[in-house]
Design a binder for this molecule. Structure first.
Ligand code: EPU
Length: 413
């Protein structure tokens, strides 16, 4: 699959953002903690949601995707996750905490590394161990077992999003109180806590670096709408700024966008916040800036690639340091094919702005790299063919259609 862009069109108009992929994935995993009929609203039809739904269905749960609502009928968890499904997406590992809490035992294939780094799961396992689970690693599988999980104090060496979420889910049904220290502060972590609390859980402090989870005996089914996707919103903000356009992005929580907004304004774009929308325009040339990716509320690593594409045409040299993932510059080589002038040393890239990018054949290596190459293609002279565009479908619903509506000359083949 490929996306073909003919660059040069300014983007103008209104675009609507979906619910957050990275909020929905743990929320869908957390449905396993309850029993009964759960409805999750405004769920985009994207590949990662399909993979986790298939996986949950494979565990013996009835799953229906009705228009943009996901309906789950949770009863017993009959199976363990199959390797076939787990290997398709790292976030599959998020079902480990809920299955362990509900069934007392879980066996799952270890997620391998992926394009953006080795991404170990030691912090998740450290958390389960602290809650009293016996952990066994053998032949590429991990088994965790505990007849009862017991509340505990867990200090995370790094504020990992996935570890905070997985431990929070396991602790939701544990006996007593669990404290996660140096927890991740991401809005998606807060949304998961809100979802578990809506089911009757007792979580406080989500969004601060100490999360307290008081275990409860059972969680009840609910109807829930996850938060908007701040990375989808950020991608349209960049596309608007990169093309010198003027776009209103709807269904946004501006508070979640602070780091992205600050960097766009620093680069000379105009950003206007409304209560649940953001308008981005740019009339001046792009000023070079410095970016370092950090856990929330720092600058999100999931926007690093898109900013690199944008800054490729800045008036001067920008610097980007990737501090969250060890290997998240694969888009750099592809941007070079389009005439960008970028040099990387370790985790730092220096982007010397050029006047214009030129269309080329490039390949998406992961989701955000794919989005970045499309942004680059929107500004480039001539035709850009983004191969492997299936990566983009993991996280953006109707990406090509939405950009088309904003005036881009773009198709999917
Ligand atoms: N890490 C460890 N040990 C662990 C867990 C993480 O060393 O046990 C390291 C990772 O290797 C990485 C860093 O900690 O270097 C951050 O990983 P984190 O656990 O915070 O990330 P994640 O939960 O695997 C989520 C998002 C990612 C996003 C990161 C950082 C989901 C499903 N995924 O991943 O989203 O980049 O947080 O914000 O929520 C994307 O959407 O494109 C994407 C990759």
């Amino acid at each position: 699959m490929e996306i073909i862009v003919n660059g040069g069109n300014r983007l103008e108009g209104v675009v609507e953002v979906n619910s957050s992929k990275n909020a929905i994935l743990p929320i869908l995993a957390a449905t396993l903690l309850s029993n009964g009929h759960i409805e999750i609203n405004k769920v985009p039809k994207i590949r990662d949601v399909k993979i986790i739904s298939d996986l949950i269905n494979d565990l013996g749960v009835e799953v229906k995707h009705e228009q943009n609502k996901l309906v789950y009928n949770v009863s017993d968890i009959k199976n363990y996750p199959s390797y076939e499904l787990v290997r398709q997406m790292r976030a599959s590992f998020l079902v480990m905490g809920p299955i362990l809490a509900k069934k007392g035992k879980v066996k799952i294939s270890l997620p391998g590394g992926c394009a953006i780094g080795t991404r170990p799961i030691d912090l998740h396992l450290k958390g389960f161990h602290a809650l009293g689970a016996k952990i066994d690693l053998s032949h590429g599988d991990v088994t965790a077992e505990a007849s009862n999980l017991i509340g505990s104090h867990i200090y995370l060496d790094f504020p990992s999003v996935g570890a905070t979420e997985n431990i929070m889910m396991a602790a939701a049904l544990a006996k007593g109180s669990t404290y996660i220290e140096n927890a991740a502060l991401e809005p998606e972590v807060v949304d998961l806590a809100n979802f578990i609390n809506a089911m009757g859980g007792k979580i406080s402090g989500a969004g601060t670096n100490v999360v307290k989870i008081d275990g409860v005996n059972e969680l009840k089914p609910v109807n829930y709408t996850p938060i908007p996707d701040r990375i989808e919103a950020g991608t349209y903000m960049i596309a608007a700024a990169a093309t010198g356009g003027n776009v209103l992005i709807n269904n946004v929580i501006p508070e979640h966008m602070k780091a992205i907004t600050a960097k766009l304004v620093e680069s000379g774009a105009i950003v206007e916040e409304e209560s649940n929308a953001i308008r981005v325009a740019r009339t001046e040339s792009i000023k070079p800036i410095y970016i370092k990716t950090l856990p929330y509320p720092g600058f999100p690593t999931d926007m690093q690639a898109q900013f690199m594409a944008y800054l490729s045409c800045a008036l001067g040299s920008s610097v980007i340091t990737e501090s969250v993932f060890e290997n998240r510059f694969m888009h750099l080589q592809e941007l070079l094919r389009m005439g960008a002038e970028i040099k990387a040393e370790g985790r730092t890239a220096i982007i010397k702005g050029v006047k214009k990018l030129t269309g080329a054949n490039v390949k998406a290596t992961d989701l955000r790299a794919g989005a970045a190459l499309v942004v680059a293609g929107l500004t480039a002279e001539g035709e850009t063919i983004v191969g492997n565009s299936i990566h983009v479908d993991r996280g953006y619903e109707n990406f090509v259609e939405k950009l088309n509506k904003l005036g881009a000359d773009i198709i999917k083949k």
